[in-house]
Design a binder for this molecule. Structure first.
Ligand code: ATP
Ligand code: MG
Length: 261
């Protein structure tokens, strides 16, 4: 089982699009996947075809200790994976947890008590370095950072890296950055090419080889409650996330082989 936090405190960089489409693509590769929506915006839930307005229970109830994960998980029928959904209620968790014990490890505990076994658990983080994000980093094995190759892309990355370091020291020694993902990439844009080259020279093989292109199908699919793979399998967007899933499966296979060999 691999728990991957998809995080970047910068808004609109493609975190949720990556979670939903990677979940569907891993599922298409016969992996059992759970997507945990940790954003009060609930976009990963909606994009997976889950009606966030009429949830009886959500990830909010799990974090405040009122429900187990097993009790809130629903299935994304079309996507072929499971979802722990979220909605606006989650915005209250931050305040409610402030004086609670073990507030940073709520999600980790909940995942420890899962009844179902999954190959991959993807955590869709909100655009903030808040307590919910710290819960994700504490529960995760590794971090994926989606980013747009634009002028300010690297700004803020150091804050995120510092937060990851702090979590590693205090809460989760095994946490590592698995990779940086270039999203919404436009090959004709010179600046994007320069920033991309910079990323690779700074971070080397920490940058995923797969690049996600800017593709309208990826933006349209959520309004139908579908991953792009189901909405338009042939689209460049859907195909790029299939490629990313293959790359991630390979990375984790190699890590496993190294551990056992
Ligand atoms: P937030 O920080 O608000 O949670 P996010 O990082 O989760 O945002 P998304 O919601 O995935 O980002 O993407 C932001 C917007 O860009 C959405 O409208 C989405 O449909 C669109 N988008 C994401 N990736 C692509 C892409 N590769 N091509 C075209 N549009 C994209
Ligand atoms: Mg999002």
């Amino acid at each position: 089982m691999k728990i991957l936090a998809i995080t970047n405190q910068k808004g609109g960089v493609g975190k949720t699009t990556t979670c939903v489409n990677l979940a569907a693509s891993l599922a298409a590769n016969y992996k059992k996947v759970l997507l945990v929506d940790l954003d009060p915006q609930g976009n990963a839930s909606t994009g997976s075809g889950v009606d966030k307005a009429h949830l009886k229970h959500s990830i909010y109830h799990v974090l405040i200790g009122k429900k187990t994960l097993n009790e809130v998980i629903v299935s994304s029928e079309k996507g072929g994976y499971h979802v722990a959904p979220s909605n606006r209620e989650l915005a209250g968790a931050e305040v409610e947890l402030v004086n609670e014990l073990a507030r940073e490890t709520r999600l980790k505990q909940a995942l420890n008590n899962l009844e179902q076994k999954y190959d991959y658990i993807l955590l869709d983080c909100p655009p903030a370095l808040n307590l919910v994000t710290v819960n994700a980093l504490t529960a995760a094995d590794s971090v994926m950072i989606p980013m747009q190759c634009e002028y300010y892309a690297l700004e803020g990355l150091s804050d995120l890296v510092n937060t990851i370091k702090k979590v590693r020291v205090n809460l989760n020694a095994k946490l590592e950055i698995e990779g940086l993902l270039r999203t919404m990439f436009d090959n004709r844009n010179m600046l994007a090419q320069q920033v991309s080259a910079q990323l690779v020279s700074h971070f080397g093989d920490k940058v995923y080889k797969t690049v996600i292109p800017r593709n309208i199908r990826l933006a349209e699919a959520p309004s139908y409650g579908l991953p792009a793979l189901i909405y338009d399998k042939a689209s460049r967007g859907a195909q790029s996330y299939l490629e990313l899933a293959k790359e991630i499966i390979l990375i984790n296979q190699i890590v496993k082989d190294n551990k056992h060999g």
